[in-house]
Design a protein around this ligand. Structure first.
Ligand code: WT7
Length: 675
């Protein structure tokens, strides 16, 4: 619990929220909180009596078709139970509809208000969609889905670029009580196939092609490739994005969005679901090869997305939020789609990249639409910082109040650049720490309220009681100035409820490693003032440009290549992408290494293999062909040794004599040096 008062923190060097922050919010809107003391007071209430705190929030902020009986089940405990490890169920007995909360209630009040600002890949090709228009399209797509046999509780696979139809699709799915399973459109057909099969989706929604950074991506072709091995899929609904006529088409199975949509009336009522009915699945990487379908349930997730958007970013209904993330990741779910719409605000859907047609693209969008909150991953900021401040200087960015950062630690010099060149020292930088599994921010400053230190995500959000645990003893480290692994003591509304079809794996991954706590997988420190600093993953997950990759998943991709005997994948620091992937690969036939041309050709093939098995974003930056991998006597690969060698820390390898093949160490050092 943060204990210090604001004056003390400021005296000790934390940065004050920008002056005049609240005066710059939209006219006729009141600040949500007065000051940092009020945050401390509410935070304490949320920890002391989470049921009361969140029940009140849920009643005030969400619209219910049937009020809940309990904030949480009477049997649920306030903190995770060491024996059962079960998490809480929230707002039990209540019924609601996610789409109604995101769209209908705002459309009823203000049908002409912009809900979506679509900024297409080519500047000036976008348009604005009002809440009224959005509702109409959602209702029509809901009817298409119903017609195709989609029922409450069914999953629908979504493989779409960043276009308004992505939001329309998600809302149309949840409007009829079905569950969306978005697969990031950068995933390969093999990954798409695995996720469609795991979720047992029978309908896929996609586009003919996609446009990104001036390039065309053959989206439908990738889907068709995946569907060769998905016999359960009955229909594919295809949005015409580019209109190129040569896309593959299966008669009877494939349907054009624009032909179907006009068959239906502009309104159907939403289907109420129970609070704990699943809302969506989102696959993410863990320490083992198989991706996990992280399952979020309805009411708790909605409340988390709503409250964090409201309090962390200070989003009022007249604000315009631009989250430069993809709907294929949790950032897109919570802060492009759900968070802004639940608050009745306007959300920017950006199809392109920060570098196309030039490095000014984000700032041009901010200036053009007078964006009030901008949210992006540090990897994009590093790129833009490197491109030079001339790309940002000539734009009017004075509408910006909140600048969010997400996905990886933001280095102080990048933080300063963001603050000075984008925020013009007048916006609040909010470094938000959270995960796919947490649903919404769990450690983050509240804009306008919380003092900040560059590089720290600051303090916990309401209802989150973070714990730093000693990784060896599993004991909680009490007090400030401690470092260990980051856990959470208590269940909160938007935490994931399960891994699809595998509750035991959910317990094993998150609730059993440190019994009595939710385990994040990240290392963290709490400094002398109680600020939290995220130190990065402690498991075999690598964060490349804010994309979460499992080293085990890349290893299983590499082994698909017929020449590969075994491989070990590790992350190493990279200036632009944060981490990059290096693959140490031992081939079955070592004689293939001798010839440089041959070796280079094999490396290229291996990269193609990973692109094909997972997706282009997972391709290793470096492939090292080696004779052998360092192993313990029981055969366990020692990835730590390879990480150290890549970091140039050969002198810190520790005792390698216990390896079954100690000579391999010098060999690895030589290969890395000559690479
Ligand atoms: C992992 C979660 C959360 C949306 C995007 C990524 C890392 C996330 C921060 C931050 C340092 C961060 C963690 C976390 N991470 N935010 N502000 N500072 N690290 O979601 O793919 O589920 O990845 O991203 O390592 O565990 P995700």
């Amino acid at each position: 619990m943060p204990t210090k008062d604001l004056d003390l923190l400021l005296r000790e060097g934390a940065l004050q929220p920008p002056k005049g922050f609240f005066e710059r919010r939209p006219p006729n809107s009141k600040p949500f909180l007065k000051n940092f003391d009020e945050y401390l007071k509410l935070y304490k209430q949320s920890i002391d009596d989470p049921e009361k705190f969140f029940s009140q929030m849920a009643i005030e902020n969400l619209s219910w078709s049937k009020k809940f009986d309990y904030g949480r089940l009477p049997t649920n405990e306030k903190i995770f139970n060491k024996e059962t490890c079960d998490a809480a169920a929230w707002f039990v007995g209540g019924e609601l509809n996610a789409c109604y909360n995101c769209v209908d209630r705002h459309a009823l009040l203000n049908p002409n208000k912009p809900a979506i600002i679509y900024e297409a890949d080519e500047p000036n090709e976008g348009y604005i969609l009002t809440f009224g228009e959005l509702l109409k399209k959602i209702c029509q797509v809901s009817q298409i889905l119903k017609q195709l046999g989609v029922k409450k509780g069914d999953t629908v696979a979504v493989y779409l670029p960043m276009i308004p139809e992505a939001i329309i699709t998600l809302m149309a799915i949840v409007r009829i009580g079905a569950i969306h399973s978005v697969i990031f459109a950068g995933f390969s057909s093999a990954s798409l196939r695995d996720r469609i099969i795991d979720a047992n989706s029978k309908i896929v929604i996609t586009s003919d092609e996609s446009k990104r950074g001036g390039k065309i991506i053959e989206t439908k072709k990738i889907v068709d490739e995946a569907l060769k091995q998905c016999p359960a899929v009955t229909n594919v609904l295809v949005f015409k994005r580019t209109g190129n006529s040569h896309i593959p088409w299966t008669k009877g199975r494939d349907l054009w969005w624009h032909e179907e949509i006009n068959k239906y009336i502009p309104y159907i009522p939403p289907t109420a679901v129970s609070s704990e009915d699943p809302l969506f699945l989102l696959y993410t990487s863990g320490s083992t090869g198989k991706p996990k379908g992280v399952q979020h349930n309805t009411a708790g997730y909605l409340l988390g997305a709503l409250l964090t958007t409201k309090y962390v970013f200070d989003v009022h209904p007249d604000d315009i939020l631009f989250t430069a993330g993809d709907v294929g990741w949790i950032t897109g779910h919570s802060y492009v789609v759900y968070g802004p719409l639940l608050n009745g605000a306007t959300t920017v859907v950006f199809e392109g990249t920060p570098a196309y047609p030039n490095y000014s693209r984000y700032w041009e969008i901010v200036d053009k639409y007078k964006v009030t909150q901008f949210y992006v991953a540090p990897t994009a900021l590093r790129l833009l910082k490197r491109a030079g401040s001339k790309y940002v200087e000539n734009y009017d960015l004075s509408s910006l109040r909140t600048l969010g950062s997400v996905g990886e630690p933001i280095a102080p010099e990048v933080w300063e650049w963001y603050n000075e060149f984008v925020g013009r020292n007048n916006a609040h930088i909010c470094d938000t720490y959270w995960q796919t599994e947490t649903g919404s921010h769990i450690i983050a400053p509240l804009a306008g309220i919380t003092p900040t230190k560059a590089g720290s995500a600051s303090f916990p959000f309401f209802g989150i009681d973070p714990v730093i645990v000693d990784p060896v003893s599993g004991e909680e480290l009490i007090g400030n100035d401690v470092e260990g692994v980051l856990c959470v003591r208590n269940p909160w509304p938007s935490m994931a409820r399960s891994i699809w079809n595998d509750y035991n794996r959910f317990l094993d991954t998150y609730l059993k490693p440190f019994r009595g706590y939710y385990f994040t997988g990240d290392g963290a420190a709490r400094d002398k003032d109680g600020f939290y600093w995220i130190l990065g993953r402690v498991d075999d997950v690598v964060n490349v440009s804010g994309h979460r990759l499992s080293t085990a998943e890349i290893e299983s991709a590499l082994i698909e290549h017929h020449l590969v005997a075994e491989s070990a994948v590790v992350g190493f620091p990279d200036e632009l992408t944060g981490s990059a992937v290096a693959a140490f690969v031992a081939l079955k036939d070592k004689s293939l290494y001798s010839d440089d041309d041959n070796a280079n050709d094999i490396k290229k093939q291996l990269i193609v293999t990973v692109r094909k098995e997972i997706g282009p974003f997972a391709a290793p930056k470096m492939i090292l062909l080696v004779n052998d991998l360092p192993k313990t006597r029981s055969g366990k690969i020692m990835r730590r040794i390879m990480r150290k060698i890549l970091a140039g820390e050969e002198d810190q390898l520790g005792d390698v004599s216990t390896l079954s093949n100690p000579d391999v160490v010098q060999h690895l050092i030589d290969v890395v040096k000559s690479n």
